[in-house]
Design a protein around this ligand. Structure first.
Ligand code: PEP
Ligand code: MG
Length: 589
């Protein structure tokens, strides 16, 4: 079979920018089934030992396949074992082995990378064939490669040596595990095939200022581990193997952006609009280590602490009450009198706990997630509530219930909170007896039932990411329907307006903590609707603060009136774009 050689000339790929900024680094193709990273390069004196490692992994893979074949034959009969035979043939192909060894010896590639590169030529050659039988062989090669790389990594003693400092992860989907499992300090960019603007992987990338470009379909054919990449998340472009001159001009842009960021940081003065209205800005955080950063960047507290991330670190079991207590206590001490809104566990969608055997069925956005899950497993909830209550003795913690769709859920959750309080009282443990309990307003049912919910809550936290998703029935994680996931849709705007109005009429504080709270256009609309509390990723705070100084609440309210008169999404977009053009600011995408 002739193998297709890949084109090594510089290329530009266009996609959608999901997290702004520019970075330059080395491509690393993430193996979807394998968590952890392998080295990219080896030293010349490691060639012999690395070849040995390759052969050991080949042997291990062969043994595994032979064992699988035996089992299959015993259980299902000989006629089914041809699948394994096909894999064994690929594994033992002398041409493939020769190519892998050459890459290790001559190009000093790590065996993992050499296997990936050599096999990739075969995979794309198979996949380009018309005949479905041969196309399928491409998948067989892929499976063999995954097995081999996995076995190589088991035998790897390098740790993270051999991994470049500036990694650009190249992935099929911007899943969350990426950013939980990989060394974030080294990840300088993400290039993804699929990923919606508010998928959690993307939200985290944004919080860490990691540029992201999504929607690149042919990335596997063009990008390989080890290639130099420029990721421009602002323009939605990836430059593959750029020229020296291109790299220099991008480096200059990176320096300029960093300088601008530095100038914006450190301003702790109150946030006032041009007509003197006070706006309260807070930080959204996923992990406790982000809290000081959020406060330093000007957050007047933590508007959303996504507590489920505490659970996602441990692969085996739920985090104990004591471990959680320590985190909440530290958080309370850092914020002191400033509020920290701790959202109780909100697994579901893409966020999976690793102790899945108990909570394993939480994988749909419409399923057993948020408060539903906590009410189903009161023992897990009890521990979390006790930990938060105990932490509340040290600072201004508040409890937020996620995914509420019915008053009864709030009543039940409050009953459990009350029971936990009584336990602590009985044990003589200190906590804030007046701790506030609010809900996320992110399900249309909650918007509709807002008046009925008011007597049961101390505040509302408006989650626009889910509210847009559920109002428009458009998944927040699927960029194929990005044209439908539109926060500017009149139905979403009317819902938000209703929340602002009802909350004001009933005297309940409403805080907006979805992604739109930091969007240049949306900030204006939210202020115009009457919202005065906004929470966003820490790095967005300085810019939003600067922008708010130029916005008048009165003018923004006028704009909202006009916008709410529009009947279609297109009309709203036209209106807003026209308005922003007059203001000479960016238009909405
Ligand atoms: C939201 O839904 O808008 C929200 C803030 O919560 P999350 O993004 O964590 O679902
Ligand atoms: Mg949500």
């Amino acid at each position: 079979m002739t193998q297709s050689r890949r084109d090594l000339s510089p290329q530009e790929l266009s996609g959608v920018g999901l997290s702004p900024g520019v970075s330059i680094g080395t491509a690393y193709e993430v193996e979807p089934q394998i968590v952890a990273m392998y080295p990219i390069r080896i030293a010349s004196d490691e060639v012999t030992s690395e070849l040995k490692r390759l052969h050991a992994a080949l042997k291990e893979s062969r043994l595994q396949l032979e064992k699988a074949r035996e089992k299959l034959e015993a259980e299902l009969g000989k006629e089914h074992s041809h699948i394994i035979d096909a894999h064994l043939l690929i594994l033992q192909d002398p041409l493939l082995l020769e190519e892998i060894e050459k890459k290790i010896q001559e190009e000093l590639q790590s065996p993992e990378r050499a296997v990936r590169e050599a096999a990739e030529n075969w995979i794309s050659a198979y996949r380009s064939l018309e005949d479905p039988f041969f196309r399928e062989r491409g998948s067989d090669v892929e499976e063999v490669v995954q097995r081999l790389i996995f076995n190589l990594m088991e035998l790897d003693s390098h740790g993270q040596e051999g991994l470049p400092e500036d990694l650009i992860l190249v992935v099929p989907e911007a899943s969350l595990f990426l950013l939980v499992e990989y060394p974030l300090e080294r990840v300088k960019g993400l290039v993804v095939k699929r990923g919606g603007t508010t998928s959690h992987g993307i939200i985290i990338a944004r919080s860490y200022q990691i540029p992201v470009v999504a929607g690149i379909q042919n990335l596997k054919e063009v990008i390989r581990t080890g290639d130099t990449l420029i990721v421009d998340g602002t323009l939605g472009v990836v430059r593959v193997r750029p020229s020296e001159q291109e790299i220099r001009s991008y480096q200059a842009r990176v320096r300029k952006e960093q300088k601008l960021q530095k100038e914006l940081v450190g301003d702790t003065s109150p946030c006032l609009t041009s007509d003197g209205q006070r706006i309260f800005l807070y930080a959204n955080v996923e992990i406790d280590s982000e809290v000081p950063l959020g406060l330093r960047l000007g957050g007047g507290g933590i508007g959303l602490f996504r507590s489920e991330y505490i659970y996602m670190k441990d692969k085996q079991k739920p985090v104990s009450e004591e471990q959680q207590f320590k985190i909440y206590k530290d958080l309370a001490k850092v914020v002191g009198g400033r509020p920290a809104h701790i959202r109780t566990l909100d697994f579901g969608g893409e966020r999976h706990p690793y102790f899945s055997p108990i909570l394993g069925e939480t994988d749909t956005a419409l399923g057993l997630r948020g408060i539903r899950l906590s009410l189903r497993y009161p023992e897990i909830y009890r521990e979390q509530i006790r930990a938060i209550l105990r932490g509340s003795a040290y600072g201004n913690l508040k409890i937020v219930l996620p995914m509420v769709s019915d008053v009864d859920e709030v009543v039940q959750a409050r009953r459990l909170i009350q029971a936990a309080k009584e336990e602590l009282l009985g044990e003589g443990v200190a906590f804030n007896e007046e701790i506030e309990v609010g809900i996320m307003v992110e399900v249309p049912a909650a918007v509709i039932m807002l008046e009925a919910l008011c007597p049961h809550v101390d505040f509302f936290a408006v989650g626009t990411n889910d509210l847009v998703q559920y109002t428009l029935a458009a998944s927040r994680t699927d960029d194929r329907i990005a044209n439908l996931f539109k926060p500017l849709h009149p139905a979403v705007l009317k819902s938000l307006y209703r929340v602002a109005q009802v909350a004001a009429a009933e005297g309940v504080l409403a805080l907006v903590c979805g992604e739109v709270a930091s969007h240049p256009v949306y900030v204006r609309l939210l202020i115009g609707m009457g919202f005065r509390h906004l929470s966003m990723s820490p790095f967005a705070i300085p810019e939003v603060k600067g922008r708010l100084r130029e916005i008048s609440c009165l003018e923004a309210a006028e704009m909202v009136k006009d916008v709410l008169r529009q009947a279609t999404l297109a009309e709203v977009e036209d209106y807003v774009n026209e308005f922003m053009k007059k203001q000479k600011t960016e238009v909405i995408s």
